[in-house]
Design a protein around this ligand. Structure first.
Ligand code: MGD
Ligand code: MGD
Ligand code: MO
Length: 752
């Protein structure tokens, strides 16, 4: 299914979606779920009363929805979950762990849903079926035998519902630990921290309506055509109403250039794409801090030649702190440094400034992993906020900050307390309302958890979803950590490599997916990227009769581990999710009349202080940051590697081997490099290469990649996540947020 023999290269596409997207969706749905199950699933996805798409966190429209509120990649996510294939007892009897490990990730996904709980005994070569009760008993024995509750780790991926997430963190804290790392640590942690420091809230401040009122939308470090395809519909509507879209990215991603709405496919037959970005800024990798400093500089210069015409002085005075210090810092930053570090010419920065000054300062900045996964990510995002604060472009219609979240409920999981260092107010409310004594010492985040397993201190690793091994940095180091554990246990829907690199004992606990009926029709709730909480009710028959819901798994686990010593009525809560929601209502502000409001079409918005110009910072004001400007630079002869998603994957789940928009077919072990950088090294196009990352004295190598010439800034390279994760040094983390720096890794590239 992989290999250079079938590998094909064509020109990158100039627009996204259209008929090829429709064909691709249908292909995946028909192959995996079949016509009946597939159509039933698609028609209920993202509909009021139906289920929330398990792919990205882009919101659904508040008002009327079209009959098909899904995108190509949402359809692939559904196909992968609703597949009729089953990895059952017979499958695991046939394949040893070693056999399974030898297969690629696409093959793993194609094996279907895990059908029943599976146990890998110490020293065994195969997983065997185990009853649910026995599985919970094994976990209970391990957890009860630990010297300290802090020797256990409870990881979460962002697909868990609010109800499951709340119950899970309550269990971990009642058990006695804050070791609650999550995928957010590797994702938008930097955004949350930066915004919290600058404006007092770690969430975005805009809603979908704001997009239709914006003068300018900046899309920075994000590839929505692949990762948030429904966002293209929003951007198209905005552009057609006259909004200017500016793309800031080292790669010219097709989805930012043009779009053909897949529900109006005739346009694509006629070759009529809507042109999206009117300005494309090919920033150098990690050059965004310098670029936004440059915007600030040009704005200040324009203000000094026409005082009162550019800055929003009354906003700055009333709402912010440290502006004059910021002004001095910007004034002292030379243009030569700005252009060198950003890789963008002064004239281009001034042209973008003119766009920002045009109109009524209704500016939205959207961003994703291109900003968050860098060493100076927090400083960079705070610099973006600085520019918004100068222009008063926050907390008014059509203006604000939009970190575009990844997993469909990653934001909700945080709201529910999945965080290794929840604030005291939350923990105190948990103690008060649930009768527990939540520990106060901060727990491990993802990287700290890996180190703790490595040191042999953490002995039980439990995961509510996700694929910790492959999502984490430094795959070999993480693997060694997991292998040090006494027990590794995964609540999962599909087979993945984390099931194959295990502690002495391992368990897979298979759960219902979002699209499936839960008992007599229980529903869960999710929070999207814009703070809307709404119900999600599955409609499809469960893939197997032996699956439990995530909520039931956690309830039964907690009962087995904590039993009568716990003040929490675990079974009672897990039996009726309304009861969990009533408890959440008492612990988390903003959830009054939770069940009722979640059931209204469109759900409800959580309160957002910054949107109302209330700054929950220590000073009560929004605060300009004063970071020193820098950029990640590789030594001469080396390149800066970023790791990205292809069009055929959801994180570590691989749906196919193509990356249609970038013109790559049938290959995942590829590295994109500027043609001149390849030529300088004497590497012919499409030849095999080895990549070595350099981190201090440490060297990590990934062999047998195909070098593809691609239009991108000199000195940079790009390869796919998770294949390139072996190269990401575990020690390379963003300052403050601890996020692995998956977008800037120093590498050497040589012919194999
Ligand atoms: N179909 C699908 N949907 C998904 C996912 C998926 O894997 N598949 N993953 C989900 C998740 S969890 C997340 S977090 C999101 C991820 O969504 P994205 O952040 O869009 O995902 P990446 O592929 O990591 O793309 C990063 C983008 O940033 C650019 N970039 C890299 N470095 C820099 C830089 O220094 N500056 C700038 N300006 N740009 C840079 C890259 O060229 C690329 O376009 O998508 C979510 N949705
Ligand atoms: N190099 C590099 N590394 C990265 C990134 C990068 O850009 N570059 N991105 C990072 C980001 S942004 C993120 S969010 C993380 C993602 O990290 P994770 O969230 O840990 O990884 P996923 O691949 O999303 O998890 C997929 C697995 O989740 C399980 N699953 C799917 N649906 C469900 C469900 O409904 N319930 C349960 N219990 N399980 C389910 C399936 O078994 C599947 O195999 O990876 C990070 N790692
Ligand atoms: Mo993410």
């Amino acid at each position: 299914m992989s290999g250079s023999d079938q590998f094909q290269l064509s020109d990158p596409k100039q627009w996204a979606a259209g008929i090829p997207a429709v064909t691709s969706s249908l292909g995946h749905i028909l192959r995996e779920a079949g016509p009946i199950r597939g159509a039933r699933g698609l028609l209920e996805m993202n509909q009021a009363g139906g289920f929330d798409c398990p792919s990205c966190a882009w919101p659904d429209p508040d008002g009327e929805r079209s009959f098909a509120e899904f995108c190509e990649n949402g359809a692939k996510a559904l196909a992968s979950e609703a597949t009729r294939n089953l990895a059952d007892a017979e499958f695991f009897a046939q394949h040893s762990i070693a056999d399974l490990a030898a297969q690629n990730d696409l093959w793993h996904d194609r094996q279907g849903r895990i059908a029943m709980p599976m146990l890998l005994r110490p020293g065994a070569t195969h997983y065997q079926p185990v009853s649910w009760d026995a599985a919970f008993e094994i976990i209970a024995i391990h957890l009860k035998s630990l010297a300290s509750p802090n020797d256990a780790i409870f990881y979460t991926s962002g697909r868990a519902s609010n109800e499951a997430a709340f119950l899970y963190q309550l269990f971990a804290r009642d058990y006695g630990t804050n070791n609650l790392p999550d995928c957010s640590n590797m994702c938008h942690e930097s955004s949350g921290l930066a915004m919290k420091e600058s404006i007092g809230i770690g969430k975005g401040t805009v809603t979908l309506d704001d997009f239709l009122e914006a003068d300018t939308i900046l899309c920075v470090g994000q590839n929505p055509g692949t990762n948030h395809p429904r966002m293209l519909g929003t951007l198209q509507s905005a552009v057609l109403r006259g909004t200017k879209l500016v793309a800031i990215n080292p790669l010219k991603e097709a989805g930012l250039v043009g779009f053909v709405h897949p529900q109006h496919p005739v346009a694509s037959l006629l070759g009529k794409a809507t042109a999206l970005a009117s300005q494309f800024i090919r920033v150098r990798v990690n050059g965004d801090l310098a670029l936004f400093r440059g915007l600030a500089k040009a704005l200040l210069e324009a203000e000094s030649s026409d005082p009162g015409a550019v800055l929003e002085s009354s906003f700055i005075q009333k709402h912010t702190l440290q502006f004059s210090d910021y002004q001095s810092l910007v004034a002292a930053t030379p243009w030569s440094e700005i252009t060198r570090m950003s890789g963008v010419a002064e004239a281009e920065i001034r042209a973008l400034t003119a766009t920002l000054m045009d109109g009524s300062r209704r500016i939205i900045t959207c961003w994703a992993m291109g900003l968050t996964q860098h060493r100076n990510a927090v400083a960079t995002i705070r610099e973006v906020v600085n520019v918004h604060l100068m222009l008063g472009a926050i907390g008014r219609p059509g203006a604000g900050l939009c970190p575009v979240r990844g997993h469909s409920n990653v934001q909700g999981d945080r709201t529910m307390g999945i965080y290794e260092k929840m604030p005291e107010a939350f923990l105190a409310a948990l103690d008060r309302e649930c009768g527990i004594h939540a520990p106060r010492a901060p727990g491990f985040d993802t990287v700290a958890a890996i180190h703790a397993m490595h040191r042999g201190e953490a002995k039980v690793f439990f995961a509510l979803g996700g694929n910790f091994l492959q999502a984490s940095p430094d795959t070999d180091y993480t693997a060694a950590g997991l292998k040090n554990c006494e027990l590794t246990c995964h609540v999962s829907t599909k087979l993945n490599r984390s099931h194959l690199v295990t502690g002495r004992t391992a368990l897979i606990l298979p759960c219902l997916g979002r699209s499936e009926l839960d008992g007599e029709g229980q529903f869960v709730t999710c929070e999207n990227s814009m703070g809307v909480v709404q119900m999600s009710r599955g409609v499809l028959a469960p893939a197997s009769n032996d699956l439990l819901s995530e909520v039931e798994i956690i309830g039964r686990l907690a009962e087995a581990v904590l039993g009568s010593s716990s003040p929490v009525p675990w079974r009672w809560l897990a039996e009726d999710y309304d009861r969990i929601r009533s408890l959440i209502e008492r612990v988390v502000p903003g959830f009054e009349n939770y069940t009722e409001r979640a059931c209204q079409p469109g759900g409800f918005y959580l309160p957002n202080s910054a949107k109302h110009l209330i700054w929950e910072t220590p000073s009560g004001k929004a605060t300009f940051s004063l970071a020193a400007m820098d950029v990640f630079e590789a030594a001469p002869g080396r390149l800066v590697l970023q790791t990205i998603r292809s069009h055929d994957q959801f994180n570590t789940t691989i749906y196919g081997m193509d990356d249609r928009y970038r013109g790559i077919s049938n290959a995942r072990r590829i590295v994109l490099v500027n043609p001149d950088d390849l030529r300088d090294r004497g590497i012919p196009p499409c030849s095999p290469v080895d990549l070595t990352s350099i981190w201090g004295d440490e060297r990590r190598t990934a062999k047998a990649f195909i070098a593809i010439p691609y239009e991108m800034p000199r000195g940079s390279a790009a390869a796919y996540f998770p294949e390139a994760n072996v190269l990401v040094p575990v020690g390379s983390q963003a300052e403050g947020s601890g996020t692995p720096t998956s977008k800037a890794i120093e590498i050497e590239i040589v012919r194999s």
